[in-house]
Design a protein around this ligand. Structure first.
Ligand SMILES: [Zn+2]
Length: 220
């Protein structure tokens, strides 16, 4: 019995060195192995940045299929989507579906995992807690900043920060950015994502990634 929201009770817990993978008993061993290797690789890259000594346990849940996942999360999401829908003082959760594991290149999966792990680190650093549909009442960082920073961290971790210079900046208000990022159906979500990334990258070029991350506090 566990208390991590969005993980079905019947799922099996597989403990790895620094994280836990949850899955259905019928999940293929190959899928689990691909995920485990990608998480290990994501961890290796993100730890090079020395951002945080994280204490929250990182949990990864592979839903059996999209229908089951959407039902549990109570929202329609895309099969290739990874998401960090839950965190409390002890646990962080990242969810995904088998297509996300088998239909993308290992490099893409690793980068995407770094992005989601970065969200978990940001939440812990700012003392944030979250679950879906709670209107971010316990989030201590705005959505645009969290999205932009998670994206920037994923590029830095892989030594691809030069690519961030291509991100187009435009002066959209923080409020509009937050609204469009929080709405999974927003037609300009991709654009908002790019602007948020460009905004955070601009700040990080001034202060440096570690200084910027360190400056985030529980009052962020
Ligand atoms: Zn994100």
């Amino acid at each position: 019995m566990h208390k991590i929201k969005y993980i079905p009770e019947k799922y099996i817990r597989k403990k790895s060195t620094d994280f836990v993978i949850w899955h259905d008993e019928n999940m293929g061993k190959g899928e689990i192995k691909i995920l485990e290797n990608a998480v290990l690789s994501a961890f290796k890259y993100i730890s090079l940045l020395k951002l945080i000594k994280h204490k929250r346990i990182l949990n990864f849940c592979i839903y059996s299929n999209l229908t089951e996942g959407c039902k549990i999360l109570q929202r329609d999401i895309l099969a290739n989507m990874l998401m960090a829908p839950y965190t409390d003082e002890i646990n962080s959760l990242i969810i995904l579906f088998p297509p996300s594991i088998s239909c993308v290149t290992p490099e893409n999966l690793t980068r995407h995992l770094i992005h989601e792990i970065a969200h978990c680190f940001i939440d812990e650093k700012t003392g944030s807690k979250k679950e879906l549909e709670d209107n971010d009442k316990d989030m201590r960082i705005e959505s645009w900043k969290s999205e932009g920073l998670a994206e920037v961290i994923s590029y830095y971790a892989l030594g691809r920060e030069k690519e961030l210079e291509q991100k187009k900046f435009s002066d959209l208000s923080d409020k509009l950015l937050n609204e469009n990022l929080n709405d999974l159906n927003s037609k300009v979500r991709g654009k908002a994502f790019e602007i948020a990334t460009a905004k955070v990258f601009l700040e990080i070029q001034k202060f440096g990634l570690n200084k910027y991350f360190d400056s985030m506090s529980k009052n962020c």
